[in-house]
Write a protein that binds this ligand. Sequence first.
Ligand code: ARG
Ligand code: ZN
Length: 870
Amino acid sequence: PVIYLKDYTAPKFQIDSIALRFDLEAESTRVTSLLKVRRHPDFPEATQLQLDGHESLELVGLRLNGQVPDSSLVRRQGEQLLLDPVPEVFDLEIETRLYPAENTALEGLYLSDDMYCTQCEAEGFRRITFYPDRPDVMSVFSTTLVADKARFPILLSNGNPVEQGDLDGGRHWVTWQDPFPKPAYLFALVAGDLSCLEDHFITASGRRVALQIYAERKDLEKLEHAMTALKNAMRWDEQVYGREYDLDIYMIVAVDFFNMGAMENKGLNIFNTACVLAHPRTTTDAGFQRVESVVAHEYFHNWSGNRVTCRDWFQLSLKEGFTVFRDQSFSADMHSAPVQRVDEVAILRTAQFAEDAGPMAHPVRPASFIEISNFYTLTVYEKGAAVVRMLHTLLGAETFRKGTDLYFDRHDGQAVTTDDFVKAMEDVSGRDLTQFKRWYSQAGTPRLEVTDEYDAVAQRYLLTVRQSCPPTPEQSEKVPFHLPLSVGLLRADGQPFILATGQTTQLLEVTQAEQTFCFDGIDEQPLPSLLRDFSAPVKLSYAYTQQQLRFLLQHDEDGFNRWDAGQQLSMRLVQQLIESFQRGEALALPKDYIDTWKALLQNASEDPAMSALLLTLPSEAYISENAAVIDPVAIHHVRQFMRKTLAEALESSWLRVYQQHDGEQAYSPEAAEIARRSLRNTCLGYLMALDSPAHLALAQQQFETSDNMTDQFAALVSVAHSGFRDSADDILTEFLNQWQHESLVMNQWLMVQSTDPRPGALSRVKQLLEHPVYDSRNPNKIRAVIAAFCQQNAVNFHAEDASGYRFLADHILLLDKQNPQIAARLLTPLTRWRRYAPARQAQMQAQLQRIIDTGNLSGDVYEVVSKSLK
Ligand code: ARG
Ligand code: ZN
């Protein structure tokens, strides 16, 4: 069944409080829930109480004001339990029985290794008990956990622990009370034998908050980084948004089995171990940064999500887009802002733009869905963040802050909409943002075509902007967006013009389909630097010459645009080379292109982090997203050719920069050291493209002697993906032996092999699925092998015999029975079939058809497949 935003109706009953009791028994769990129910005054006529409950949920008992109701009053209908008629105010007691050990979907209550945990967002609570499982029903929760004390010494839930005691038979209990009313999706419990890192934080107003991060004992030494990140995030939210934490205790628990990254349950965040554990020996610098940003993200949700939540799931970006924007701003403040921006935009322009161009394209605020889990997307998260960023840019930091203050004050304790968020921004700025709101309702990536004209006599420069947006499913016609276009103008000597605002960057507000902006007092022909800092999530085109791109790469003061000029320069060449490759011609790189890289390498020490990015070719994903018809073989060969040619032409420079950036001291997680490692390992990657024994020895030595995972892993990848077959096997075995007891490191080991672009990858991937470190029920392992192969090994996944497509469809069918959320996510590469040549299109469609013909699919997989075939 399709659910539509336009059909939203307010809840007719509210739940004043809910008292839950969980008896965690050996084979199953008994849940009793006591609800204080009250009819909403707006619906005096309402007599029917609608509770949500998953079809598999076992109802054991039901009492209304202490009495078993007549069976004619109770009806189970699909996902709902209906009681009719009910009085205006009453108590409802519900008993259900759950089987957490059999819960492989990892929604609701389940076991992760020997630990009970929950995942309720979006609709997991209905797998625990019958309840109005919708975010606009907020209630005060108390939770009692009862379990065996030896096996489950730690019993956690939301809020504060208020009482505990021992029972006969070695059992014990703890009661938790959460004073803040919340929707059911923020409920959580954890029971297990866990160790804990403790610290505390003193809030701006002087309250002491206990901070606890729980993990298995063996992982205790990997929690420090998350703790530091948490304290930094708490301080940052006070300083930048004026938001203080509200409970006396903040807990994070690391679990190995988790569908997503992490979950912001009130006072009790539950994290995928991959997003919280970090140690220099076992975690790369990228892993450290992910931990920092996810810890911050979940913490920031305490205000943007928990204190102010979503009215319904169509509003998901209200909390996710805003919170991603907040965590991005935090990371920019903690590290290099332009480097952070490049990383964000790379995700948006590859994966999100591809989503906008595919059959699952949807607006930031979707209008309908079958399964909400399918809408935890890059559009809702990353484009949603870009939309909030545009408000920040249009209104300025100060007014934006006034807007968030008003939003939090006005809606504290409420479940609201993206319109409410924009309304707060309108009220503080006095601006009409009606047109801006189209960003929430129109899907697709807008195109901006920019042309210019310079009048030397009038000293006037004109920029003309034409915008359009391609059709997306159910939206063929688009109306113009309101967007901020940041521009600067450069003089021939590379100096910036001072513009009318007195600054070197000016904000143009684009609102029309076609619009011309005028700059006066421009005394020489300028070169425009457009869409600085990627001020809007659009595809911009302007007919730069190669020489102009090189000029921007050298002189633009905007770090992001400098990088982007380099990317555009490479993209031009990539496109030409792909055509040559397809015509069977010999490939060559022009000398001036190589000279540009030589200059970049020459100056690499000035800003090693940015240089590492500048010295990285556009990814295969980005090249694919920009191709008219994706030819995965050509793309891979051309990119490899470019890497190898640049490696050869500049071999001594790569080696020199590699050696110059040799770390003298022991590992340190400092920004400067991260930057150094990133540049050095970029150099190693090029050197290893040469298949030279001397460089192989260099990589092997780095592998053996490094004291940290960043350097060791970079060496591993460079050897494992090289032409040295025996060395590749040896180093993989050595790495396995060294780290086989570290599950997260084994994910990396699996991933190196599944992303190996050399021929024969599929049979190696199939062997990995049989390897003892693989676990077919663990989402991290599934992602490390199956998702990595299908999404990061295009040249093998798209093999001409369709073996990659068949492999994926086989596993989707298997996984759908086990974990529908993960199965649906794995479908993504098949949904993109329209982007390929006819032969591949037919093969991909055939597998989608085969999946749908199987019948009996989960709503998750059904929605994605059926929309993809439409
Ligand atoms: N709210 C979580 C976060 O972004 C994600 C939860 C995703 N859950 C899901 N069923 N898709 O931080
Ligand atoms: Zn989130």
